[in-house]
Design a protein around this ligand. Structure first.
Ligand code: 13P
Length: 254
């Protein structure tokens, strides 16, 4: 972690939660955030679409940030079941996740589509959290860097700067499994992503863009992962569903 980049701890609630528990979790975190004089990090909640309005009400005035888990690449129109970036912004969202591996797998999303979604997000004034990560088979074949670099090259919109996007490195095999790469492996991939960003954008963007690690981040491994030079925060799934665990992960930032 480098001081010039404010750490971002993002909770991806995925397809979990009904009105009651989502609201209780958001209220709990809002209280913790309000009680933290100088937290030294940004904390972002990305609930499912049905919980965005309730979460917005629960965190109002707390300093917590709100984000969506996906958006359409168009600004509106005949797209049944989809949500536009402008609709997310309308509810007070500042961020949206695009290209999560679960969407790449469940919905066949490829880099071109992810880039179009990130572009739509930025046009709507949102920060796009662009996800990339290798499968276990790709890792075993020694292709991690090639795969992740190609996803970053293919998914980052032309001209995007470090205030408009965040990259999340999430090895697919580490998501929800309790397994993570070693800290040295995480740092190597993050440094490679930053070098790739410098190639496809410019040095200033590469230096200012936050790169989050995601995949089985828990209170007991957070301090080591978040201290790495090119890790600027975490994208947390399972552990973001318990307010105390999620807060403990953020509090692990040294
Ligand atoms: P877990 O923290 O449950 O491994 O999920 C990570 C993730 O996919 C966040 O987007």
């Amino acid at each position: 972690m480098v001081n010039s980049r404010t750490p971002l701890i993002a909770g991806n609630w995925k397809m979990n939660g009904l009105l009651g528990d989502g609201r209780a979790r958001a209220e709990d975190l809002a209280k913790r955030m309000q009680g933290a004089a100088n937290p030294g990090f940004e904390m972002l909640l990305c609930p499912p679409a049905t919980l965005i309005a309730g979460t917005a009400a629960a965190i109002e005035g707390s300093g917590l940030l709100l984000g969506g888990q996906d958006c359409h690449f168009n600004s509106g129109g005949a797209h049944t079941g989809d949500i536009s970036a402008a609709m997310l912004a309308d509810f007070g969202c500042s961020h949206v996740i695009v290209g999560h591996s679960e969407r790449r797998a469940d919905h066949g999303e490829g880099d071109d589509l992810v880039r179009a979604k990130a572009t739509a997000a930025i046009e709507a004034g949102l920060i796009a959290i662009i996800c990339a990560g290798e499968t276990e088979a790709q890792r075993d074949a020694g292709k991690t860097n090639d795969v992740v670099a190609a996803q970053v090259r293919g998914s980052v919109p032309d001209g995007a700067d470090g205030s408009q996007m965040v990259i999340a490195y999430e090895p697919v095999w580490a998501i929800g499994t309790g397994r993570t790469p070693t800290e040295a492996e995480v740092q190597d991939v993050h440094a490679m992503i930053r070098a790739t960003l410098a190639e496809v954008t410019n040095d200033a963007t590469a230096q200012s863009c936050r790169i989050l690690y995601g995949g089985s981040v828990k209170p007991d491994n957070a301090a080591g992962l978040l201290a790495l030079a090119d890790v600027d925060g975490g994208l947390v799934g399972g552990a973001s569903l318990a307010a105390a665990d999620f807060w403990a992960i953020a509090a692990a930032i040294g």
